[in-house]
Design a protein around this ligand. Structure first.
Ligand code: AMP
Length: 560
């Protein structure tokens, strides 16, 4: 019948686990290691390497090696190697395929199903891309679980009873703070806050900058201008960072190499206190988000029973010191933060196939889901921290007579201005019965399933007929193109209207038009999406005002 496994598909490492006799256990890879580097490489001879072998050749084959693919999941960005384009799920699938093969060899059984963990703050497209990666690897993804929730589940038996738990999960590329409450055998996630771009890579970058400065001074040239040296340095710096978690100092050395015709030997020593100063603002950012999650969960800072540390970067001593200072918790669970998420994903996997399991899990929506309304405002439909699965209904209608279709723009995010949130897709409700405007009533059902993935369905309330829905996922590029053409059209329209209304425009308004149009033109030139979105709303208001000015004399003319 095959086995089910739990997978932590990490930015830097991937880990798999299964439940054996009621206890979750890590599945070692073909080299006996618990962590498989999330690295894929394409060799000149056409082989595909995954894991340690890919990482070991990364420096000498940088242009055919793909690192940190998790950071690109959910984006429409293709990775090109030797003229072949790969989507992020295709690259992730190669990692999952290896994990599947290693698990099958270790368990001596076929593995067809999996639970994959993702950062709590992964957006809808990122979750869908993860399910797709699993499918491409030949795995049915039975559930997507949030990493911090998995981390807490791994300690499940320990937390039976009435406990308030905070999970601090700082990995290679992402950060999440999650507050859970246990009551009997029920785990309820109360709140989750995080940052999809805060993790070990940012600590590496901070340390890298400091080392480059020292090396550039020693070498007498700008070190960052040499990509090969930079790649070598990147690995050495990460190693030094890890060393600083257990030693008071670490050194970075690039022994004997030639650059600019000069033989060089560079070395520098970093003290932990120095690293702490570089890391301080990043750690503070994570602490602030943790405190926000605690407040969102309505937990009392003094009433936290346990702090669970997860993700490799939670080993940084400054992180642990600052957390103890801020939270003063009684118990800190730090057993292998690299493995805890995979262990929890395996526990969840077992819960799904074994109905005798008593533990119940309730998670929350990590990003608000809503729609854009006429004036570019965002209306929330399912709010952040709502328990999943969640569902809401909203009735839409038409704005013109005999309108046969309505476009609904669904977004995810916390901003009031729709343009500042992430677009999930545009849904076209077509085949609406002809009628006076405002008459048709189409009920749209928005839901977020147990994987945190959004769904939309529509029904004509009067006839009961389901509406046809077409989904157009919006990529960054599509969004940019669409905005570019809309802003250009608006600029042209403003020019025409300004000419017609010229004599009736006062100085203040003229200045406002000049400033805003110049600002919008610069945004178009630079391809600056954020400013284009802001300009779009501002230009629309100007067009409205100009139309009023132009309409007045025209009305007079007509009446004359
Ligand atoms: P994860 O995504 O959970 O596998 O975390 C990987 C990140 O943790 C990478 O950025 C590593 O450099 C970092 N990391 C692993 N071990 C340590 C350590 N002992 N001290 C500091 N950072 C670490």
């Amino acid at each position: 019948m095959g086995r089910i496994i739990g997978i932590d598909l990490g930015t830097t490492n991937t880990v798999a686990a299964f439940v054996d006799g009621g206890e979750p256990r890590i599945i070692p890879n073909d080299r006996g290691s618990h962590l498989t580097p999330s690295v894929v490489a394409f060799t000149v001879s056409g082989d595909i390497l995954v894991g340690e072998s890919a990482r070991n050749q990364a420096v000498v084959n940088a242009e055919r090696t793909v690192l940190y693919i998790k950071r690109s999941m959910g984006r429409k960005r293709a990775i090109e190697v030797d003229g072949v384009q790969y989507s992020p799920p295709q690259i992730s699938a190669l990692i999952l395929k290896k994990v599947k093969a290693d698990a099958e060899r270790y368990l001596g059984d076929e593995v067809r199903e999996a639970v994959i963990a993702v950062p709590a703050h992964f957006s809808d497209p990122q979750r869908k891309a993860t399910v797709e990666a699993g499918r491409l690897a030949g795995l049915t993804v039975l559930r997507i679980i949030n990493e911090p929730t998995a981390a807490a589940l791994a300690y499940g038996t320990r937390f039976r009873g009435d406990k308030r738990i905070v999970v601090y999960d700082l990995g290679g590329g992402t950060f999440d703070a999650t507050c859970l409450q246990t009551e009997g055998d029920t785990f309820t996630v109360k709140a989750s806050c995080g940052d999809n771009h805060l993790g070990g890579l940012d600590f590496d970058a901070a340390l890298n900058r400091a080392v480059i400065e020292q090396f550039s001074e020693q070498a007498g040239f700008d070190f960052s201008s040499d990509p090969v040296l930079m790649q070598q340095l990147g690995e050495l710096v990460e190693r030094a960072k890890i060393e600083l978690s257990s030693s008071d100092h670490a050194s970075v050395a690039l022994p004997f190499f030639v650059a600019g015709g000069k033989p060089l030997h560079l070395q520098c020593s970093i003290r932990r206190a120095q690293f702490d100063r570089l890391a301080e603002s990043l750690v503070q950012k994570s602490i602030d988000l943790t405190l926000r999650a605690i407040s969102d969960a309505s937990f009392d800072r003094d009433g936290i029973d346990s702090l669970v540390l997860s993700g490799g970067s939670s080993r940084i001593p400054l992180v642990q010191r600052r957390l103890r200072e801020e939270l003063g918790v009684k118990e800190v669970a730090l057993v292998n933060p690299d493995e805890i998420v995979a262990l929890g994903a395996a526990v969840q996997a077992q819960m799904l196939v074994d109905s005798s399991q008593e533990v119940e899990l309730r998670d929350v929506v990590s990003c608000t889901l809503g729609v854009e309304i006429d004036n570019g405002r965002f209306v929330a439909l399912i709010r952040k921290q709502t328990q999943i699965p969640a569902e809401t209904r909203r009735t839409f209608t038409t704005v013109t007579d005999n309108q046969s279709a309505v476009e609904i723009h669904v977004l995810q995010g916390e901003e009031l201005n729709a343009g500042a949130n992430q677009s999930l897709g545009r849904f076209l409700l077509s085949g609406i019965r002809e009628g006076a405007r405002g008459e048709p009533r189409i009920e749209v059902r928005f839901s977020v399933d147990a994987d945190g993935i959004a769904h939309v369905a529509a029904r004509d309330k009067d006839t009961g007929a389901s509406q046809q829905i077409t989904v157009h996922p919006v990529s960054d590029e599509d969004d940019q193109q669409r905005l570019h053409s809309r802003v250009s059209v608006f600029l042209e329209r403003i020019e025409q209207l300004s000419r017609r209304a010229d004599a009736d425009i006062d100085d203040r308004f003229r200045k406002e038009i000049e400033d805003l149009t110049a600002h919008a033109r610069r945004a178009l030139e630079r391809g600056d999406l954020k400013t284009m979105r802001e300009s779009y709303v501002a230009l629309e208001t100007i067009i409205d005002e100009l139309q009023l000015i132009v309409a007045e004399p025209e009305a007079d003319d007509a009446g004359a």
